[in-house]
Ligand binder design. Structure first.
Ligand SMILES: Cc1ncc(COP(=O)(O)O)c(C=O)c1O
Length: 376
């Protein structure tokens, strides 16, 4: 079976992990800071590492002080972690529809969804293509609210010459194996705002304060540390940071391989009237995590089943978040956000990962074209 996404692990990765296992540190040691420093170079802002992309989002919402009754505006086409971690603070999840070409949140829909209770706009860089960050930044600034970027798909992507991670108030990343790089499980939070990053860091490290200048309890001794706000344990261990450091060295290479795959798919599928291709907007360099191809809605299920029968496992990313039964009290209609509904009904994520071979790429292309020609 050719999967839709696959991690890439080489001998250097393995050596780095073995070396970390043989060192004096398993969890927080020198490789945590080394990984965070290496990440900073790639994303253009200081970073903290955490144990997953979900943890990163949870830290981001903690950092902005999300409270019960606050509203966060999110796109429907995302993994539910974008919403779940805000809901845990008692925030109201507000949806703004996507743009049909990129499946990213539509700034006009965001503007229409703002209320006096809006605390943050959350953009998701779907498939690796950055959202309209300048437009969203302008809306956030105008209303004095936060812009959070869920960049689980887009580490290494470039938006108008700027690194993803250096634009929003807080950007979150995931290093789950199908993503652009991996630490098995893992994630990171980046911020251009030192106060927000410090709050995120404290939340991810049990809320512990070790700086004597901030102590409220005095005179306890050199062992003393204290908690002013509760936090959790979202630390990423040294062993996994070792893998992350090694993976980061191949991020650019894998990005350019995936751009080649993107162009190869697009030049073949572009001739086909029944297929809609992913777009690259001007001045964007995506680090593609997915290749979201759109096929006629009525045949979508059959296309996927026939691909599976021939050894290609396509995925669908994602059912609109408001469809999840966890939102049933809100009584959303299935087509309430029409662009999201239409996108979901026709999307298939076909194999996109750096180790896809020439033969596999041709096989995917020929199989998809043959199925579409036959059944549509
Ligand atoms: C858009 C998006 N946000 C958040 C996450 C959560 O990341 P993780 O699986 O590392 O917790 C994912 C991963 O599936 C994702 O795709």
């Amino acid at each position: 079976m050719i999967p839709y996404g696959r991690h890439s692990i080489n001998d250097e990765d393995i050596d780095a992990v073995v070396k970390a296992l043989k060192s004096d540190w398993l969890t927080t040691g020198p490789l945590v800071e080394a990984f965070e420093a290496a990440l900073e170079k790639v994303v253009g802002a200081p970073c903290i590492s955490v144990s997953s992309g979900t943890a990163a989002l949870h830290c981001a919402y903690a950092a902005i002080g999300l409270q019960p009754g606050d509203e966060v505006i999110t796109p429907p086409i995302t993994f539910i972690a974008t919403q779940a971690t805000a809901a845990f603070f008692g925030a109201k999840i507000v949806f703004a529809d996507i743009q049909p070409d990129t499946a990213n949140i539509d700034p006009q829909a965001v503007e229409a969804a703002i209320t006096p209770r809006t605390k943050a706009i959350v953009a998701v860089d779907y498939a690796g293509h950055p959202a309209d960050l300048d437009e969203l930044r302008a809306i956030a600034d105008k209303h004095k609210i936060y812009l959070i970027e869920d960049a689980a798909h887009s580490i290494g992507s470039i938006y108008k010459g700027r690194q993803v991670g250096s634009i929003a108030d807080i950007t979150t990343f995931s290093f789950f194996p199908t993503k652009n790089m991996t630490t098995a499980e893992g994630g990171a939070v980046a911020s251009i705002n030192p106060d927000l990053l410090l709050r995120a860091k404290r939340f991810s490290r049990q809320g512990l304060i070790r700086n004597p200048e901030e102590f409220i309890i005095e005179g306890e001794g050199p062992w003393h540390q204290e908690v002013h706000e509760f936090g959790l344990n979202y630390r990423l261990p040294d062993v996994l940071c070792a893998l992350g450091i090694s993976q980061l060295t191949r991020l650019e290479e894998s990005k350019s391989k995936k751009l080649d795959i993107f162009h190869e798919y697009s030049s073949e599928f572009g001739n086909h009237e029944n297929l809609t291709l992913p777009t690259i907007r001007p001045d964007i360099v995506p680090n593609w995590h997915l290749y979201p191809l759109r096929v006629p809605m009525i045949q979508r299920r059959q296309v996927i089943e026939e691909m599976t029968a021939q050894g290609i496992r396509a995925q669908v990313n994602y059912i609109p978040a408001y469809w999840h039964p966890v939102f049933q009290d809100r009584a959303f209609k299935k087509d309430q956000y029409l662009n999201s509904y239409n996108f979901y009904q026709s999307e298939i994520s076909i194999p996109m990962f750096s180790s896809l071979t020439k033969n596999e790429i041709s096989f995917v292309i020929n199989t998809v074209v043959e199925i579409i020609n036959r059944i549509v």
